[in-house]
Design a protein around this ligand. Structure first.
Ligand code: ATP
Length: 296
């Protein structure tokens, strides 16, 4: 089982959203990381067969997906980033409708919907109109509809946005189980989600895949670049000009402990830290860097 993205390019008038991207996606969860506008959604839409590439092909087990046609649609599930619901549908009716579109028999649909409602803690709201649900619940309905046909290839664009921490953990566990013998590609801005779920990752920047590998392989690149140090709060601004501070924690007596990224220690008494995927992300996408007040 293999989804092969070969030299994929999408040109929108004067904007090249995806630029000769190649990636071979094998069973397991793959995280697709990248800043806003990196081209993730465009790549995913082409991989889902919903957008025609300007150049390049997507092949499933060696066969181009446009040749597979309906055969491909039958084995994939897709959760778009902007998920449009039919406002008048209840949760159950909506899932029933999608099941019919996906060609499930009524009997199979009922069993499957009941199981998914349980899995995503939606059983209590099955008769509620989707418009009346919270953002996190809507997201869960979106994920449930993508799973209705038990897809071999599951493509999820920002599935965890709007989920609370408990939902996020349940979702991760479910996905890890589900992905044992399937292909799952997820894009997310929540780097820690990818770190926990994904067995492999691909990083996109300006339409290109600039790195790929297991989390450990990617983190190799950050070895020797992540440091922590204790500084006086009044020196913080000065250091922020010098190094990329990724988190700050207030300590006692006007001291702050900082975690920062640099090729070599740049603050006295710095200690090396174990790199995390978020460090790599902030290294590759410095414009995303917030210097958030979290554990240093
Ligand atoms: N239909 C379109 N017409 C013109 N430009 C587009 C179109 N769709 C996307 N783009 C541009 O292509 C680039 C990549 O967009 P895309 O939505 O794929 O990025 P993304 O990585 O998914 O970003 P985000 O995380 O913000 O969703 C952006 O600069 C976007 O403005």
């Amino acid at each position: 089982m293999e989804l092969c993205i070969e030299n994929l390019t999408k040109q929108f008038k004067d904007k090249r959203a995806v630029d000769h991207a190649s990636l071979t996606i094998t069973p397991g969860v793959w995280g697709l990381l990248g800043a806003n506008g990196a081209g993730k959604t465009t790549l995913m839409r082409m991989a889902a067969g919903l957008m025609t590439p300007t150049e390049g092909t997507v092949k499933y087990d060696g066969v181009p997906i446009d040749v597979l046609g309906k055969g491909y649609r039958d084995i994939f599930g897709y959760l778009p980033q902007e998920f449009g619901f039919y406002p008048e549908f209840t949760v159950y009716d909506y899932l029933d409708y999608v099941a019919a579109l996906k060609g499930l028999s009524r009997k199979d649909a009922k069993g499957k919907i009941d199981r998914l409602l349980e899995t995503f803690s939606l059983a209590d709201v099955r008769r509620k109109k989707i418009t009346k649900l919270s953002g996190g619940m809507k997201r869960r309905v979106g994920i449930a509809q993508a799973l209705l046909n038990d897809p071999e290839v599951l493509i999820l664009d920002e599935p965890t946005s709007g989920l609370d921490p408990g939902e996020r953990v349940r979702f991760r566990n479910l996905l890890s189980e589900f992905a044992a013998d399937r292909i799952v590609l997820i894009s997310t801005h929540i780097v820690s989600d990818v770190e926990y779920i994904a067995s492999r990752n691909a990083v996109m920047k300006e339409g290109r895949i600039i790195a790929q590998g297991t989390t450990d392989e990617l983190l190799w690149e950050m070895e020797g670049k992540v440091w922590s140090a204790l500084i006086e709060e009044r020196d913080l601004h000065r250091y922020e000009q010098k190094v990329r501070v990724v988190s700050i924690r207030n300590e006692e007596r006007g001291a702050v402990s900082i975690r920062y990224l640099a090729d070599a220690p740049a603050v006295p008494d710095s200690r090396p830290k174990e790199p995390r995927l978020e460090d790599l992300y902030l290294w590759l996408f410095p414009q995303e860097h917030t210097g958030g007040k979290e554990g240093a």
